[in-house]
Design a protein. Sequence first.
Length: 183
Amino acid sequence: MRILGISGSLRKGSYNTALLRAAVALMPEGAQLEAGSISGIPLYDGDVEASQGIPPAVQALKTSITQADGLLLVTPEYNNSIPGVFKNAIDWLSRPSADIPKVFGGRPVGVIGASPGGFGTILSQNAWLPVLRTLGTKTWFGGRLQVSRAGNVFNEAGELTDEAIRTQLRKYLAGFVGFIKEP
Ligand SMILES: Cc1cc2nc3c(=O)[nH]c(=O)nc-3n(C[C@H](O)[C@H](O)[C@H](O)COP(=O)(O)O)c2cc1C
Protein backbone atom coordinates (compact mmCIF):
# COMPACT_ATOMS: atom_id res chain seq x y z
CA MET A 1 0.00 0.00 0.00
CA ARG A 2 1.27 3.43 -0.94
CA ILE A 3 -0.15 6.74 0.29
CA LEU A 4 0.86 10.10 -1.12
CA GLY A 5 1.17 12.92 1.41
CA ILE A 6 1.17 16.57 0.40
CA SER A 7 2.15 19.45 2.67
CA GLY A 8 0.36 22.71 1.93
CA SER A 9 3.27 24.92 2.89
CA LEU A 10 6.21 26.05 0.78
CA ARG A 11 8.48 27.32 3.53
CA LYS A 12 11.56 25.35 4.51
CA GLY A 13 10.81 25.41 8.24
CA SER A 14 7.17 24.44 7.77
CA TYR A 15 5.53 22.65 10.69
CA ASN A 16 3.21 20.90 8.24
CA THR A 17 6.06 19.60 6.12
CA ALA A 18 7.74 18.50 9.36
CA LEU A 19 4.52 16.71 10.34
CA LEU A 20 4.47 14.96 6.97
CA ARG A 21 8.11 13.89 7.42
CA ALA A 22 7.24 12.50 10.86
CA ALA A 23 4.27 10.65 9.37
CA VAL A 24 6.51 9.02 6.75
CA ALA A 25 8.51 7.49 9.59
CA LEU A 26 5.52 6.44 11.70
CA MET A 27 3.57 4.47 9.11
CA PRO A 28 2.37 1.00 10.07
CA GLU A 29 4.22 -1.97 8.66
CA GLY A 30 3.29 -2.88 5.11
CA ALA A 31 2.26 0.66 4.18
CA GLN A 32 4.35 3.46 2.75
CA LEU A 33 3.84 7.20 2.81
CA GLU A 34 5.59 9.17 0.12
CA ALA A 35 6.03 12.93 0.53
CA GLY A 36 4.79 14.91 -2.46
CA SER A 37 5.16 18.67 -2.85
CA ILE A 38 3.28 21.63 -4.27
CA SER A 39 6.56 23.39 -5.00
CA GLY A 40 6.82 24.64 -8.58
CA ILE A 41 3.06 24.77 -9.18
CA PRO A 42 2.21 28.14 -10.79
CA LEU A 43 -0.87 30.22 -10.03
CA TYR A 44 -3.85 28.80 -11.88
CA ASP A 45 -4.52 30.74 -15.07
CA GLY A 46 -7.14 29.51 -17.51
CA ASP A 47 -5.31 31.20 -20.38
CA VAL A 48 -2.12 29.27 -19.58
CA GLU A 49 -4.12 26.05 -19.38
CA ALA A 50 -5.75 26.78 -22.75
CA SER A 51 -2.50 27.67 -24.52
CA GLN A 52 0.06 25.41 -22.79
CA GLY A 53 -1.95 22.71 -21.07
CA ILE A 54 -1.23 21.29 -17.64
CA PRO A 55 2.14 22.47 -16.18
CA PRO A 56 4.75 19.69 -15.69
CA ALA A 57 4.78 20.02 -11.85
CA VAL A 58 0.99 19.58 -11.81
CA GLN A 59 1.08 16.65 -14.23
CA ALA A 60 3.73 14.90 -12.12
CA LEU A 61 1.67 15.29 -8.94
CA LYS A 62 -1.50 14.17 -10.74
CA THR A 63 0.30 10.99 -11.81
CA SER A 64 1.57 10.39 -8.26
CA ILE A 65 -1.95 10.76 -6.83
CA THR A 66 -3.42 8.48 -9.47
CA GLN A 67 -0.88 5.78 -8.61
CA ALA A 68 -1.43 6.06 -4.85
CA ASP A 69 -3.93 4.09 -2.77
CA GLY A 70 -4.70 7.16 -0.69
CA LEU A 71 -3.96 10.84 -0.29
CA LEU A 72 -3.00 12.61 2.94
CA LEU A 73 -3.36 16.41 2.97
CA VAL A 74 -1.24 18.08 5.62
CA THR A 75 -2.76 21.51 5.79
CA PRO A 76 -1.74 24.76 7.42
CA GLU A 77 -4.46 27.25 8.36
CA TYR A 78 -4.51 30.82 7.07
CA ASN A 79 -7.19 33.24 8.23
CA ASN A 80 -9.30 30.36 9.52
CA SER A 81 -9.29 28.61 6.17
CA ILE A 82 -7.24 26.85 3.47
CA PRO A 83 -3.98 28.59 2.47
CA GLY A 84 -4.25 29.93 -1.07
CA VAL A 85 -1.14 28.11 -2.30
CA PHE A 86 -2.58 24.74 -1.25
CA LYS A 87 -6.02 25.39 -2.70
CA ASN A 88 -4.38 26.63 -5.90
CA ALA A 89 -2.47 23.35 -6.19
CA ILE A 90 -5.63 21.28 -5.76
CA ASP A 91 -7.43 23.52 -8.27
CA TRP A 92 -4.72 22.83 -10.85
CA LEU A 93 -4.83 19.12 -9.98
CA SER A 94 -8.56 19.15 -10.75
CA ARG A 95 -7.92 20.20 -14.37
CA PRO A 96 -9.08 19.21 -16.87
CA SER A 97 -12.30 18.43 -15.01
CA ALA A 98 -12.72 15.26 -17.08
CA ASP A 99 -9.75 13.85 -15.11
CA ILE A 100 -11.35 14.46 -11.67
CA PRO A 101 -12.87 10.96 -11.41
CA LYS A 102 -9.49 9.38 -12.27
CA VAL A 103 -7.43 11.58 -9.91
CA PHE A 104 -9.80 12.11 -6.99
CA GLY A 105 -12.94 10.02 -7.52
CA GLY A 106 -13.44 7.49 -4.71
CA ARG A 107 -9.88 8.09 -3.52
CA PRO A 108 -9.40 7.76 0.24
CA VAL A 109 -8.28 11.12 1.63
CA GLY A 110 -7.17 12.09 5.12
CA VAL A 111 -6.62 15.63 6.39
CA ILE A 112 -4.30 16.59 9.23
CA GLY A 113 -2.46 19.79 10.09
CA ALA A 114 -0.27 21.76 12.45
CA SER A 115 -0.40 25.33 13.67
CA PRO A 116 1.49 27.33 16.28
CA GLY A 117 -1.88 28.50 17.64
CA GLY A 118 -4.24 26.75 19.99
CA PHE A 119 -6.69 25.17 17.57
CA GLY A 120 -4.37 23.07 15.40
CA THR A 121 -5.92 23.87 11.97
CA ILE A 122 -9.43 22.75 12.91
CA LEU A 123 -11.06 25.43 10.72
CA SER A 124 -8.76 24.81 7.79
CA GLN A 125 -9.47 21.07 8.02
CA ASN A 126 -13.19 21.82 8.02
CA ALA A 127 -12.78 24.15 5.05
CA TRP A 128 -11.36 21.27 3.00
CA LEU A 129 -14.55 19.25 3.35
CA PRO A 130 -16.67 20.92 0.62
CA VAL A 131 -13.67 20.78 -1.73
CA LEU A 132 -13.16 17.06 -1.10
CA ARG A 133 -16.87 16.39 -1.50
CA THR A 134 -16.93 18.29 -4.80
CA LEU A 135 -14.02 16.21 -6.08
CA GLY A 136 -15.80 12.99 -5.15
CA THR A 137 -13.15 11.73 -2.75
CA LYS A 138 -13.73 9.10 -0.11
CA THR A 139 -12.73 11.26 2.86
CA TRP A 140 -11.89 9.49 6.12
CA PHE A 141 -13.75 10.78 9.15
CA GLY A 142 -12.68 8.06 11.58
CA GLY A 143 -9.76 9.98 13.05
CA ARG A 144 -8.57 13.53 13.57
CA LEU A 145 -5.21 15.11 14.16
CA GLN A 146 -4.91 18.78 14.96
CA VAL A 147 -1.43 19.62 16.13
CA SER A 148 -1.66 22.85 18.15
CA ARG A 149 1.22 24.81 19.74
CA ALA A 150 3.45 23.40 17.00
CA GLY A 151 6.40 25.42 18.29
CA ASN A 152 6.47 23.13 21.32
CA VAL A 153 6.16 19.75 19.60
CA PHE A 154 8.90 20.00 16.96
CA ASN A 155 12.58 20.65 17.75
CA GLU A 156 14.90 23.04 15.90
CA ALA A 157 15.66 20.35 13.33
CA GLY A 158 11.96 19.93 12.55
CA GLU A 159 11.69 16.58 14.28
CA LEU A 160 8.47 15.65 16.05
CA THR A 161 9.68 15.24 19.60
CA ASP A 162 6.38 15.28 21.52
CA GLU A 163 5.63 11.69 22.50
CA ALA A 164 1.88 12.24 22.89
CA ILE A 165 1.59 13.69 19.38
CA ARG A 166 3.77 10.92 17.98
CA THR A 167 1.35 8.39 19.49
CA GLN A 168 -1.66 10.29 18.08
CA LEU A 169 -0.04 10.46 14.64
CA ARG A 170 0.79 6.74 14.68
CA LYS A 171 -2.81 5.95 15.64
CA TYR A 172 -4.19 8.26 12.94
CA LEU A 173 -2.03 6.64 10.26
CA ALA A 174 -2.93 3.11 11.35
CA GLY A 175 -6.61 4.06 11.26
CA PHE A 176 -6.32 5.64 7.82
CA VAL A 177 -4.49 2.60 6.44
CA GLY A 178 -7.19 0.36 7.91
CA PHE A 179 -9.85 2.50 6.21
CA ILE A 180 -8.08 2.19 2.85
CA LYS A 181 -7.93 -1.59 3.25
CA GLU A 182 -11.68 -1.83 3.93
CA PRO A 183 -13.55 -3.41 1.03
C1 LIG B 1 -1.67 34.81 6.17
C2 LIG B 1 -1.60 33.96 7.39
C3 LIG B 1 -2.75 33.71 8.10
C4 LIG B 1 -2.73 32.88 9.21
N1 LIG B 1 -3.89 32.56 9.84
C5 LIG B 1 -3.89 31.59 10.79
C6 LIG B 1 -5.11 31.09 11.31
O1 LIG B 1 -6.19 31.49 10.95
N2 LIG B 1 -5.06 30.10 12.26
C7 LIG B 1 -3.86 29.60 12.69
O2 LIG B 1 -3.86 28.71 13.54
N3 LIG B 1 -2.68 30.06 12.23
C8 LIG B 1 -2.67 31.05 11.29
N4 LIG B 1 -1.49 31.51 10.76
C9 LIG B 1 -0.24 31.02 11.33
C10 LIG B 1 0.17 29.73 10.65
O3 LIG B 1 -0.49 28.65 11.28
C11 LIG B 1 1.69 29.57 10.77
O4 LIG B 1 2.32 30.56 9.99
C12 LIG B 1 2.15 28.19 10.38
O5 LIG B 1 3.51 28.07 10.76
C13 LIG B 1 1.95 27.92 8.90
O6 LIG B 1 2.20 26.58 8.58
P1 LIG B 1 3.66 26.06 8.17
O7 LIG B 1 4.51 26.11 9.43
O8 LIG B 1 3.44 24.66 7.73
O9 LIG B 1 4.22 26.94 7.10
C14 LIG B 1 -1.49 32.35 9.67
C15 LIG B 1 -0.32 32.64 8.95
C16 LIG B 1 -0.36 33.43 7.83
C17 LIG B 1 0.91 33.69 7.05
